[in-house]
Design a protein around this ligand. Structure first.
Ligand SMILES: [Zn+2]
Length: 314
């Protein structure tokens, strides 16, 4: 009896393995997409609907500059039809080795399946210096600040890039993708108008941030980040730097410090204790906190938290 059960199990396992590729193709049927960030995954799903099967490598609570490569990511990339990244040099520390290992020329550098969300974005903080002198400059982002998805209007640009890539793969679905992209853009427009109205009374409010992730958000919503807890991008603060930030906060009566979940919050908390400022836990990506499931939730959260802090400090 046991033996029969065992044979039966083996038989089932074997046929499941043999059948798997076919069933999976039929079930997923769609374009296999890998994205670096969950924000990109959300937008691919808005444009591609039921025709895409999307996996995001980074979690929204991870620092997108530093993501550990796992073998499972290589497997995903090996099978991917499209790979969507933020680009510039946000993922430069971890995407090139993953693409090397994946050996998939569709999505390798120069491949038609490699999509840069940044194409067409008006970049901020593009250094105005001679590239040959920049290598000595250490941490400067050579292409401009890469955190552009934090202006919701850039979500529309990202969607357009994804639309172009998807219609090239499935021309028959072009009209479907166009409708989805336009619908997403319309939702962004009306949400952005709503958020801007809420933020308008606080235009020009000066705040402190941990890392320089927010220039696009500042521009979109009219706030002004006047100092950083990090002395330079990627460098944790030394006590002497914190002393100068405390002085600045007292002199300029700064009442809000924004932080992201992947940074040590102790320096921010200590600054807040000494200056009476509030620490606001901002979401830098979809999935930064469990309740932030959509690209719209991301801005909803950040605006709500900021408004609460601004109202309390008046
Ligand atoms: Zn950064």
């Amino acid at each position: 009896m046991n033996r029969i059960v065992t044979y039966l199990r083996v038989g089932l396992v074997v046929s499941a393995v043999v059948l798997w590729p076919e069933t999976s193709l039929r079930a997923n049927g769609g374009v296999k997409v890998v994205t670096t960030l969950p924000d990109l995954k959300y937008i691919v799903e808005q444009v591609g609907g039921s025709t895409v099967d999307v996996f995001a490598i980074a979690k929204g609570y991870q620092d997108p500059h530093f993501v550990d490569a796992k073998p499972s990511f290589v497997l995903r990339l090996n099978k991917a039809d499209l790979f969507v990244q933020i680009g510039l040099d946000l993922e430069v520390g971890w995407v090139p080795p993953l693409l090397e290992a994946a050996r998939n020329k569709r999505i390798y550098f120069g491949g038609s399946g490699l999509v840069n969300g940044a194409h067409g974005v008006d970049l901020l903080e593009v250094p105005q210096v001679d590239p040959s002198t920049m290598r000595a400059g250490g941490d400067i982002h050579v292409f401009g600040n890469p955190h552009y998805w934090l202006d919701p209007r850039n979500g529309k640009v990202i969607a357009e890039n994804i639309y172009n890539a998807l219609k090239a793969i499935r021309p028959d679905d072009e009209a479907f993708y166009r409708r989805n992209t336009d619908r997403f853009a319309a939702r962004i427009d009306s949400a952005y108008q709503h958020w801007s109205t809420l933020m308008a009374p606080y235009a020009g409010t000066r705040i402190i941030a941990y890392h320089n992730s927010w220039p696009y958000f500042e521009q979109a919503f009219g706030i002004d980040i006047v100092g950083f807890i990090e002395p330079k991008p990627g460098i944790p603060p030394a006590p002497s730097h914190l002393v100068s930030v405390i002085k600045q906060m007292r002199d300029e009566k700064l009442k809000t410090i924004i932080i992201s979940p992947y940074f040590d919050d102790k320096p921010a908390q200590s600054l807040a204790r000494r200056t009476g400022a509030k620490v606001v836990a901002m979401a830098p990506s979809v999935g930064a906190f469990p309740q932030i499931i959509t690209y719209f939730d991301l801005f909803e959260h950040n605006i709500t938290m900021l408004l609460a802090a601004f109202r309390n400090s008046q």
